[in-house]
Design a protein around this ligand. Structure first.
Ligand SMILES: NC(=O)c1ccc[n+]([C@@H]2O[C@H](COP(=O)([O-])OP(=O)(O)OC[C@H]3O[C@@H](n4cnc5c(N)ncnc54)[C@H](O)[C@@H]3O)[C@@H](O)[C@H]2O)c1
Length: 264
């Protein structure tokens, strides 16, 4: 295994995705950092912007090994173009990591505007499916023996029934189902498929979750996690980086909780 493995990371402009870019760069990877880098009319809070994506690339400190790429994970052609860009720049793709996500809710499901429900399904689940569809052929183009890695970010919401977040819970449960299926489908190809399930992790999405539940601060979510604090994006990224490593080849089709015990 060389130290020039190549990853495509979506949702890379901030939060868990940005921390994943940093962790992979530290581990010697070349990384295409993909993000929509714009707000979305169906999502009632700010997504990352172009400056956030530029900052992630600048923080990596090596323009030859990290590049930003603007794409909306809902559009297959855009995701395919991102994967092609990584292959062209660095000669192939060894890992695809779906961190892009958005949350809506805070009201009963029947009152949630249809376009918000559709957006949350399309970004969290559809975007993960599209990254798999675009990246698995690229990972299969690597010569054997392979160590390809498809990694998705699910959520404690994949297994817990969180009120007023039905569409988000459904999307994240779908992500867990997807990696279970891919784990069996990819079989002996040398490509594994796994997910991590973060608990409450500090940042913009958790701030929005607090607002949806009428809480005054995201720190209040800490009390529901046995470790008694919020997780940091770097703690999720460290597990993603392990799952991306060659040493994780015995793990496939599973969802790894990184949730401070939230699911217990
Ligand atoms: N923060 C938490 O407590 C928590 C808990 C469980 C799971 N998660 C999941 O972790 C992932 C990352 O969350 P985060 O906390 O870093 O949130 P975040 O909002 O900080 O980051 C999400 C990123 O995805 C990008 N994005 C959104 N829609 C996109 C689209 N259509 N195409 C491309 N990029 C898009 C945003 O611009 C942003 O940079 C998400 O999938 C989220 O559901 C977060």
């Amino acid at each position: 295994m060389t130290d020039r493995r190549v990853a495509v990371v979506t949702g890379a402009a901030r939060g868990i995705g940005a921390a994943t870019v940093a962790a992979l760069v530290t581990a010697g990877w070349s990384v295409l950092a993909v993000d929509i880098a714009a707000d979305d009319p169906a999502i009632p809070y700010h997504l990352a912007g172009p400056d956030d994506l530029d900052s992630v690339v600048a923080a990596a400190g090596d323009p030859d090994r990290v590049a930003g790429y603007v794409a909306d994970v809902r559009h297959l052609t855009a995701v395919e173009s991102a994967v092609a860009e990584a292959e062209e720049r660095w000669g192939g793709v060894d890992a695809a990591i779906a961190c892009a996500g958005a949350i809506v809710g805070g009201i009963p499901l029947q009152d949630l505007p249809l376009e918000a429900e559709q957006a949350v399904l399309d970004i969290n689940l559809g975007g993960t499916l599209k990254l798999a569809r675009a990246s698995i052929p690229a990972m299969l183009r690597r010569p054997e023996p392979r160590a390809g890695r498809f990694i998705a970010v699910a959520s404690a919401a994949a297994t817990r029934g969180l009120p007023l977040l039905g569409a988000y819970c459904a999307a994240k449960a779908g992500v867990a189902g997807l990696v279970r299926s891919l784990g069996t489908e990819l079989g002996p190809s040398g490509i594994t498929a796994n997910a991590v399930s973060p608990g409450s992790t500090g940042g913009a999405m958790l701030a929005e979750s607090a607002r949806l539940y009428g809480l005054s601060a995201q720190e209040l979510f800490a009390m529901q996690q046995p470790i008694g604090r919020l997780l940091a994006p770097a703690e999720i990224a460290a597990v993603i980086a392990f799952l991306a490593s060659a040493g994780s080849g015995g793990i496939t089709g599973t969802v790894v909780p990184v949730d401070g015990g939230l699911a217990l």
